[in-house]
Design a protein. Structure first.
Lengths: 271, 271
């Protein structure tokens, strides 16, 4: 049973931790922005990786305003326990875009099928061209190159853009605002989106940037094609650089508030 | 690799869906409160189950006030997209209690180790005594009886109380408020909590009710023992009646806002 794989992975990870405590240099990966990653170990099973940015009021947002506020309603000293009331813009941090976000009556975040939350992960690495051009996009050629090497995109996959933007999350370059207020970061080209819609049953599209459409987009053509088709999106995904191009499984802890258009999610991967 | 197990499970599930569409009666489980479950199939792998209640302003809370409010900041007709600002009491719906919730300086929800979010699930079934007494508690005897049948509680487990309260989530009986304002629902007895702390490395304790302590508790002795010890809690867990007593794996999509005392989580299981 699959839980055996997972339990073995946990044991392996505990071993890695012990190695780390003994001063072993082989382990230890900790990305930007509080990303906690458990090092992969060379065995037949897998390890669990955290694909989620820690987020707070400083986390970059599309509109540039803080996406979360914490108000302490109870505190340990006076009340004997701590509790915050949170005010959250649904599209903050590592989060989901449900079909309803860009449609009149698409599925809300609580209506996404559970079978579409545990899916094969396909990583499209465009770091080289994104290094040269912050407005770079995933194109049909990028998808074709991935398929050439890895075979067809599996049913219900999450197809994820790895632009390298995760490393910039604490820098102004993450939004890439210019003097005129325009934004500059990579995303999916509408033609690549059309290709995924026509030729695959991918459940989700993910980016390691603020938006499925690249920063300069004025028409949000990728959002308007992808979400009304009943597929969902993930923005600000972390840790993609630790994943293989194919073969990992993404576990999407989408929030489940009734009628939501999306929301901050805890996303893990097994690889 | 473990993702192979998962991908096979997804294939199996798709087969089950096809069977369902063909009118097969074997599949189809949908619990209360929007709980979406994928039927288990008889094979060597596993299926994914949703252990999370859909929640909204009507979802029962410990204090009796709505735990979430949605304010529509943008709407499709006028703005071309939908987006809500959410106001959320951290301890609403299917949610996490981080150590910080009942301690001065314990771990916040974003600091829980990722290795403690994918863990063996041990289900302690007290439905029979909870049927007879809404103030029933998990006792050391209940834990001993589970161990007698299933063996030791595995390292890093989540030990979960199945009281059957999940079926009452839309009824006043879920809070069980009496005329004097007292609450009545099952929880963990402080002696069982002490046993888990002393004899196991369980990472988490879970209940299918509003609180780790049973309703009548005035001293929250289980909260004050468990959370400051660096372990975490899950409240309002759904779907436990579908799980085996031992052998399933719980995947806890805890939220990752910096410094939080807990928060609504998406929780899945593989069994």
């Amino acid at each position: 049973m699959c839980d055996v794989c997972v339990m073995n992975a946990v044991k392996d990870r505990m071993l890695s931790r012990r190695d780390l405590l003994r001063g072993g240099a082989a382990a230890g990966v900790a990305g930007a922005a509080g990303l906690a990653a458990v090092p992969a170990v060379a065995d037949a099973h897998g390890s669990v990786f955290d694909m989620t940015h820690t987020y707070g009021p400083d986390f970059p947002t599309f509109f540039g305003e803080p996406g979360i506020a914490l108000e302490q309603a109870f505190n340990f000293e006076e009340n004997g326990f701590n509790l915050f009331n949170l005010t959250i813009n649904e599209h903050t941090g590592t989060h989901i875009d449900a079909p309803l976000h860009f449609s009149e009556d698409g599925k809300s975040v609580d209506e996404i099928e559970v079978g579409n939350l545990v899916v094969p992960l396909c990583v499209i690495d465009i770091r080289e061209k994104a290094d040269a051009d912050p407005d770079a996009q995933v194109t049909p050629d990028d998808l074709a190159a991935w398929i050439e090497v890895n075979g067809d995109i599996p049913d219900r996959s999450c197809v994820a853009m790895l632009s390298g933007w995760g490393d910039k999350v604490a820098e102004p370059a993450y939004r890439g605002a210019d003097d005129a207020g325009g934004l500059h970061f990579p995303g999916f080209h509408p033609e690549a989106t059309a290709m995924l819609l026509e030729q695959t049953s991918a459940a989700a599209m993910a980016v390691d940037t603020l938006s499925l459409d690249h920063g300069p987009s004025q028409d949000f053509a990728t959002h308007y094609a992808w979400l009304p088709a009943g597929r969902y999106g993930i923005e600000n995904l972390a840790g993609l650089e630790q994943m293989p191009p194919a073969g990992a499984t993404l576990i999407v802890g989408a929030p489940k508030h009734a009628g939501g258009t999306g929301g901050p999610a805890r996303i893990l991967a097994m690889a």
